[in-house]
Design a binder for this molecule. Structure first.
Ligand code: DC
Length: 226
């Protein structure tokens, strides 16, 4: 099996990098943030946007999130409904990040991810992949970029999807998420000792993919996996 693990901050380009590496190395790609975002959407539809342990305990078993694939494309299902587009907003990212402090939510996501990695040669991206989901991954990347750069990227994504936001709102949301994702008690995002750190503030996504592809090939050859 080939497993590549990628963690990094919101807007660091993990998703694009994962897709690019998966394509070049003929691997499957799983976006784990989408699983938590789908959970966030479930709660948003119940008008619940702030969580407590009691709320999590009451609702965590009342919905199902699944991931299926149409070719390379990940389809994220919430109670069998395709919510792949609806979960892409920065608001759903914020709700996912708030849910991620609860081990019960992370366990759902971790189980789906580990099962995926057992069955496919794959790239998986998220926040706790290099540390918790795939601690024995063949190659690990930690992706970073300045928060201002990431806010501009997210603003452009929102604009492309027709979502009205301002730079200040996106910047504020990213800063809150960065803090939450790196300071929570369980499953917090860390840079593991064996991760390759890539800061792509001054790189295009194509350059990031090429750079990481070369490093991954080198490592996989060393391991005799390709
Ligand atoms: O990667 P993303 O922006 O889609 O993730 C949304 C939020 O979900 C992120 O701010 C933190 C949380 N998350 C996590 O804690 N662990 C993961 N493996 C993936 C996402």
């Amino acid at each position: 099996m080939i497993n590549i693990a990628i963690d990094g901050y919101a807007g660091s380009g993990k998703g694009e990098l994962s897709k690019g590496l998966a394509k070049k190395l003929n691997l499957k790609h799983l976006d784990t943030g989408a699983i938590l975002r789908a959970m966030g959407l479930y709660f948003a539809r119940l008008n619940i946007e702030d969580f407590t342990q009691a709320i999590i305990d009451k609702y965590i078993k009342t919905f199902e999130v699944k991931v299926v694939f149409e070719g390379d494309k990940q389809i994220t299902l919430l109670n069998r409904e395709d919510v792949s587009k609806e979960i892409r907003s920065e608001k759903m990212g914020g709700l996912a990040s708030k849910l991620a402090i609860y081990p019960e939510a992370m366990e759902k996501m971790n189980n789906i991810s580990r099962e995926f990695a057992e069955n496919f040669d794959c790239v998986i991206d998220g926040r706790n992949i290099t540390s918790e989901v795939l601690p024995n991954a063949d190659v690990k990347f930690f992706l970073d970029a300045s928060v201002e750069c990431r806010a501009n990227r997210r603003l452009q994504d929102d604009y492309n999807r027709g979502v009205q936001t301002t730079y200040a709102e996106v910047l504020e949301s990213l800063k809150k998420r960065d803090y939450r994702d790196t300071h929570r008690e369980f499953s917090r995002m860390i840079v593991t000792h064996d991760s390759i750190v890539v800061d792509n503030t001054n790189m295009t996504i194509a350059q990031t993919i090429e750079h990481c592809y070369n490093l991954a090939v080198e490592k996989l050859k060393e391991l005799g996996k390709i």
